[in-house]
Ligand binder design. Structure first.
Ligand code: AKG
Length: 254
């Protein structure tokens, strides 16, 4: 099965050793310079999550703009051009209660006119069951979007499984998969794929770099933003496509 077929059927994909060990070490060093481990206690029980972290470091910018990762995303989505939507660092400190509730990313990205966004997560440290790796509901990207558009309306993600119709809720236990990653592995998930993660019960921090990439054919849906003023953060061309100056094109099909 090709990577594209796997993604179309399952709504997720793992590319093993997508990033070399040397590069992982450089990126972990760059991340630690921006979010020192000594600062983790100030986050309390919250997962350490810093949006747009790439702005703070050339190394992290290079990763967020990685054309090879964007090419995998383009192939998986069947897109002919891929743009960068967001980048984030997500860290779960050692022996930490922070977890992420079950959700679909599109709940928080519903300002795009269609759900054609993919999240690429690079593991910088082992992502294991003990360290709170990603859990997914296999094939749930075909369950449609469930619940409200909460884009810019919440400070953290909310549990969305209760909103599933009974027929889909009954499928949850059999659909669950855990994505354990070694440093250098990258996982991809569709913005409609339900996912969550548990606390880190291990003795090491779980460090991941997250980039969200979208099919450049998507348009902004301004009516789904919480206010007309919010549109200022989403410059578009005359057709409503997000501007390449603010949302760089990272990959185009040959
Ligand atoms: O890495 C995690 O534990 C959760 C990631 C997540 O929810 C996301 O990237 O959308």
């Amino acid at each position: 099965m090709t990577a594209r077929d796997h993604f179309a059927e399952h709504g997720w994909l793992v590319v093993r050793a997508a990033v070399t060990a040397t590069r992982v070490a450089e990126l972990e060093h760059a991340l630690d310079a921006v979010i020192p481990e000594l600062s983790y206690p100030s986050w309390g029980d919250r997962v350490v999550e810093v949006a747009s972290i790439a702005r703070a470091s050339d190394q992290l910018t290079r990763h967020a703009h990685d054309g090879a990762i964007a090419a995998i995303a383009g192939d998986a989505l069947g897109a002919s051009r891929i743009q960068l939507l967001q980048d984030t660092a997500m860290v779960k400190p050692a022996a930490h209660a922070g977890c992420v509730a079950w959700h679909q990313d599109y709940t928080y990205l519903g300002y795009l006119d269609r759900p054609a966004v993919i999240t690429a997560r690079l593991a910088l440290t082992p992502c294991t069951i003990a360290s709170g790796c990603l859990r997914l509901l296999d094939g749930s990207h075909r369950w449609d979007h469930v619940g409200d558009n909460l884009a810019f309306r919440r400070g953290s993600v909310e549990d969305a499984l209760d909103a599933l119709p009974a027929e889909l809720r009954a499928r949850v236990p059999a659909a669950e998969v855990t994505l354990e990653l070694a440093p250098g592995d990258v996982s991809f998930h569709h913005c409609l794929t339900f996912h969550a993660s548990d606390a880190n019960t291990s003795a090491r921090p779980r460090k991941t770099l997250v980039v969200r990439l979208f099919d450049a054919a998507c348009r902004l849906a301004p009516s789904r933003l919480p206010s007309p003023e919010a549109a200022a953060y989403f410059p578009t061309d005359a057709d409503g496509h997000l501007d390449g100056a603010a949302f760089p094109v990272l990959w185009s099909a040959g």
